[in-house]
Design a protein around this ligand. Structure first.
Ligand SMILES: [Zn+2]
Length: 67
């Protein structure tokens, strides 16, 4: 799952050199009311100003039914 196709530039500074980062380990996102392990979060980051353009969980299906 890579939802990065429509991101081309930073909305803050207009920079086009984007990078991808991820939260892992203790920074995982976990469903609020399920006994479940969390999953990693990935980010699209502007490598010029550091703005986080997009962030998404790697396995969104884990969060069904938690709202
Ligand atoms: Zn930027």
């Amino acid at each position: 799952m890579k939802n990065t196709a429509n991101v081309k530039e930073c909305p803050k500074c207009g920079g086009t050199e984007l990078g991808r980062g991820k939260h892992s380990g203790y920074s995982v996102m976990a469903p609020v009311n399920k006994l479940s392990l969390g999953c990693n979060i990935e980010y699209i980051i502007c490598t010029h100003c550091g703005f986080i353009i997009e962030g998404y969980v790697v396995k969104p299906e884990k969060f069904k039914g938690t709202f």
